[in-house]
Design a protein around this ligand. Structure first.
Ligand SMILES: Nc1ncnc2c1ncn2[C@@H]1O[C@H](COP(=O)(O)OP(=O)(O)O)[C@@H](O)[C@H]1O
Ligand SMILES: [Mg+2]
Length: 307
């Protein structure tokens, strides 16, 4: 069967934090989540209930507009008395975000600090659960995947690159890249072969046996990228992956990202750096937990990227 073009799809994704004693908000949220769960169950059986979906959306809308009492009433049919001593705050880290990521895309996520970029990336990476809304990975609802299967799905389908490399300092480049293959159950000899290939792909064939402190920042990030692609994941996610690199190393790392992307690897990168965003064909701008706007580029980019 041909793989679907859309790898990852977010549907009205919302992540809300209730801080302090916001009792009405907490009760409304609980009621919404209960409705969400029953709706998810129906999704799993492939019989989506349109009424439940509409109800859910309406309740969520009221909720984010701080109409907790109405939201609760809509879902449960019961009244919730307004409380004057309800203290604290409600943070909508993500507010009804809908998004489709297609195979082969190179996407940058930008936006001011606190706008929800990391929260969004954590959702896309299946590292955190949404408060409401659905995530579909290759057309399959992620909420229908059992919790114990999630790490497996994550390691097969997703690669991660972090700002601070997260390499194990006592292991060589080769051993670091071997690790995900160990979890995937490959035999030691096969692990070494596959990891060596990945390090060759990032231009580090001559650095296999160096430990991280014997490598430059740019080289360390290349090792981290080799580790992220070694399992041949559907998507690689990066949070500020050039955040600790100077402009020359940033250019080197982005050239590598672009060349891997040209060969078909899908990337989603959170960044503050306009030079990094410039090489990405699609840029998503976040503000206050929402997608504010999106741009798509078809022309030649900064590091020689061609459409
Ligand atoms: N665990 C948490 N508890 C409470 N609020 C949080 C938590 N994580 C994130 N937030 C809030 O959610 C919003 C989005 O955060 P984040 O996704 O980290 O933004 P960004 O990565 O764009 O800087 C911020 O207002 C932040 O304070
Ligand atoms: Mg962040």
């Amino acid at each position: 069967m041909a793989e679907p073009d859309v790898i990852l799809k977010l549907n009205n994704l919302t992540k809300t934090y209730i801080l302090g004693s916001r009792k009405n908000a907490a009760r409304a949220q609980k009621a919404i989540q209960k409705l969400q769960k029953s709706y998810e169950k129906q999704l799993g059986k492939n019989q989506p209930d349109m009424i439940a979906e509409q109800l859910l959306q309406k309740a969520q809308e009221l909720f984010v507009n701080e109409k907790y009492e109405q939201s609760y009433r809509l879902v449960t049919g019961e009244n919730l008395q307004k409380r004057s001593k309800d203290r604290g705050s409600v943070v909508h880290a993500l507010n009804s975000v809908s998004l489709e990521i297609k195979r082969g895309e190179l996407v940058a996520i930008m936006g001011p600090s606190g706008s929800g970029k990391s929260t969004l990336l954590n959702m896309l990476g299946l590292l955190d659960e949404p408060t409401a809304g659905q995530i579909f990975l290759k057309g399959k609802s992620v909420t229908s995947i059992k919790n114990r299967d999630l790490p497996d799905v994550r390691s097969r389908e997703l690669g991660f690159v972090f700002q601070s490399f997260n390499l194990i300092p006592t292991l060589t480049a080769l051993e670091n890249v071997c690790l995900p293959l160990k979890y995937a159950g490959l035999r030691p000899r096969r692990r070494k072969e596959v990891a060596t290939l990945a390090l060759e792909r990032v231009g580090l064939a001559d650095r296999l046996h160096h430990t991280p402190n014997e490598l430059s920042g740019g080289q360390r990030q290349r090792v981290a990228i080799a580790r992220s692609i070694v399992n041949n994941p559907a998507i690689v996610l990066g949070d500020e992956l050039t955040g600790e690199l100077d402009s020359k190393m940033t250019a080197d790392v982005m050239k590598l990202v672009v060349s891997l992307n040209k060969k078909g690897q899908t990337f989603i990168i959170v960044t503050h750096n306009p030079d990094v965003a410039k090489v990405c064909r699609r840029v998503i701008y976040m503000r206050d937990g929402r997608i504010e706007k999106e741009t798509k580029r078809l022309t030649k980019g900064l590091y020689g990227y061609r459409q």
